[in-house]
Design a protein around this ligand. Structure first.
Ligand code: ADP
Length: 587
């Protein structure tokens, strides 16, 4: 008995020893598994890498067959599946949508949930429990991953067999979850910092781009080269292709400069043209920045952004940038930068335009002063000579050619008064101070009168002038001003008519009267025909023909002030016809 007791006591001791050894071994094994988890997580930098480590090393440390890693969902969504291991993601997503779920309960309570048999799951979470079968799950751990008291994610560990989870396994699970929670927290900080750093780099890049742009915009005051430099700078900083469309007409913006991949540019233009809303045109009329996207079906994807160029309410054109890279989609940051670029470019273009206008005005003034002083010097010199001659002849009592001399003087005086009159008219018209005194005017009679007034001048040039006038063509007009119109046209016809006959036609048409002056002289080539009605515009060399280039501008201004129009039909060497149409009622 004693022996037995002894023996029994010895066996119990041996059993105890074995159990203790087993426990120590199990503890060591659990520690080794925890170490493996720690090692795997230490290399994980992003949430995705943490999920990968948790699902490979963590899952096997806990003896699970398959599982999933959940993280906080986007706004309004409790959680989202980040990664799965050994099961498909889609069915899990939908199983997690059928609330309540073990994951939801564990997330809410922030404490692990252990389901040892599928039946338990069905009792607590009917819809989810029924869905566990297809994943091959008979038992489940839902382990919240927290850091500083906040649940950041969850590890779901599924087991193929129903099984108890004894205390030490629950402790191990909690330890694995703790490690994963810390790793997830670190990863989130890492990602946030990386995003902040990327934003700082992008902001720096935007600043240096704007800096370079300022340099380009102040480098030149010439709009063309400026546009070229802007689009060159925009590629590749803002896209793979860039173009600057200036608003030529209201509907057809014309391309001022483009740079970058030509094929992309062609596709971008096709996209702009194919765009049913006419975005480019809309933008050229001042619509806010817009982004267009082409579906990649036609080849590589394409995304284009359009920004209007506006300064002080005036529209200069549209800046278009296009990118063939999906990742470079134009987001709010890009559009803000593009708007800034467009604003600065528009301002610089406006300055260039103002500079150009000021430069042209200064040049025109200079040209005018030169021509005007030359034009005035001629008649003044002849006038002086004629007066000296006259004085000498009168002193000598030689009066034979007196009346000839006086007529010559009057001619010179007329010429001077015409020139000073033209200068005065320019001032009046430019200042908008042209006052018309209208009354019923007989144009046929006026035409004859004007021809008579120019008889001497025409004779001197050997020009025969005829009037073909319908009787009594009248209109409501300022007689002095219409006489001035005819004076100018007839003088030009004689001056540029090479002595060939000149005809003045007067006719009445429905609603208006027509005055046409035709010569058979040197003519005007088509490229000059519109221009000669502009101020100081001339189409003949000053050496051959004197003149200020003001006559036709004054004529056009006077005709338009009467509500009429003037046009020219001409061919070089064949002569010209200037036609004036005046409304008969003077309106
Ligand atoms: P100006 O005769 O003083 O130069 P105008 O304004 O009267 O100025 O005319 C502008 C230009 O138009 C002239 O310089 C000339 O080139 C052209 N022009 C005007 N009338 C005629 C004409 N009848 N035949 C040919 N050219 C003409």
């Amino acid at each position: 008995m004693g022996d037995e007791t002894h023996n029994t006591g010895g066996a119990a001791a041996a059993d105890g020893e074995r159990a203790a050894r087993r426990e120590a071994e199990a503890l060591a094994a659990r520690l080794a598994r925890l170490q493996a988890v720690t090692a795997a997580l230490s290399g994980a930098r992003t949430p995705d890498e943490v999920a990968e480590a948790a699902l490979s090393v963590g899952l096997s440390a806990l003896g699970g067959a398959s599982g999933a890693f959940l993280v906080e969902g986007a706004a309004g969504n409790e959680f989202a599946v980040l990664r799965v291991a050994g099961i498909a993601e889609e069915p899990l997503q939908s199983a997690l949508g059928a609330r309540p779920t073990p994951a939801g309960a564990a997330w809410q309570s922030a404490s692990p949930l252990f389901i040892e048999r599928a039946g338990d799951a069905e009792a607590g979470f009917p819809a989810f429990g029924a869905a566990m079968g297809p994943f091959g799950w008979a038992a489940l751990m839902a382990l919240p991953l927290s850091a500083e008291g906040r649940v950041l994610g969850m590890l779901l560990v599924g087991f193929a067999e129903s099984r108890p989870f004894p205390g030490e396994e629950r402790v191990l699970a909690a330890a694995v979850a703790g490690l994963c929670g810390q790793a997830l927290d670190r990863a989130r900080l890492f990602v946030a910092e990386r995003v902040a750093r990327a934003e700082a780099v992008a902001a720096q890049r935007r600043l240096s781009f704007l800096d370079a742009l300022s340099g380009v915009l102040t480098e030149t005051l010439d709009a063309g080269p400026m546009a070229e430099r802007v689009v060159e700078l925009a590629v590749p900083a803002l896209g793979d292709w860039a173009a600057l469309f200036t608003s030529g007409g209201e509907l057809e913006p014309s391309l001022a400069a483009a740079a970058g991949q030509r094929s992309l540019g062609e596709r971008a233009r096709a996209l702009l043209e194919a765009d049913p809303a006419g975005r480019l045109r809309a933008a050229s009329r001042g619509a806010p920045p817009a982004v267009l996207e082409a579906e990649p079906s036609a080849g590589r994807p394409l995304c284009a952004a359009l920004v209007p160029l506006k300064s002080r309410g005036e529209l200069f054109g549209v800046l278009v940038v296009a990118s063939g890279d999906r990742a470079q989609r134009y987001g709010p940051h890009d559009l803000a930068l593009l708007s800034d670029v467009a604003r600065r470019t528009a301002l610089a273009l406006e300055h260039a335009r103002l500079y150009e206008a000021a430069h042209q005005a200064a040049q025109a003034r200079e040209d005018f002063m030169q021509v005007a002083s030359h034009e005035l010097r001629g008649p003044v010199t002849s006038f002086r000579l004629a007066v000296q001659l006259l004085a000498r002849e009168v002193a000598r009592g030689d009066t034979a050619r007196l009346s000839d001399r006086v007529r010559g003087l009057l001619r010179q005086a007329d010429r001077l008064s015409r020139l000073s009159g033209a200068l005065l008219d320019v001032t009046r018209i430019t200042a908008g101070r042209l006052a018309l005194v209208k009354r019923e005017l007989d144009l046929s009679a006026l035409a004859r009168q004007v021809v008579e007034n120019h008889a001497e001048e025409a004779e001197a040039a050997g020009t025969a002038v005829t009037v073909e006038a319908e009787a009594g063509v009248t209109c409501q007009a300022d007689p002095e001003r219409i006489e001035q119109v005819l004076d100018n046209l007839l003088s030009n016809a004689v001056k540029y008519g090479r002595g060939a006959p000149v005809t003045i036609r007067v006719a009445g048409e429905v609603g208006h009267a027509v005055l046409a002056v035709t010569d058979r002289g040197i003519g005007i080539s088509p490229e000059h025909q519109a221009r000669i009605f502009g101020r100081f515009e001339r189409a003949v060399p000053p050496r051959n023909y004197g003149g200020l280039g003001l006559g036709l501008w004054i004529v056009r201004s006077l005709v338009e002030a009467h509500g009429g129009v003037i046009s020219v039909v001409s061919a070089p060497g064949r002569g010209s016809t200037f036609t004036v149409k005046l409304p008969r009622d003077g309106e």
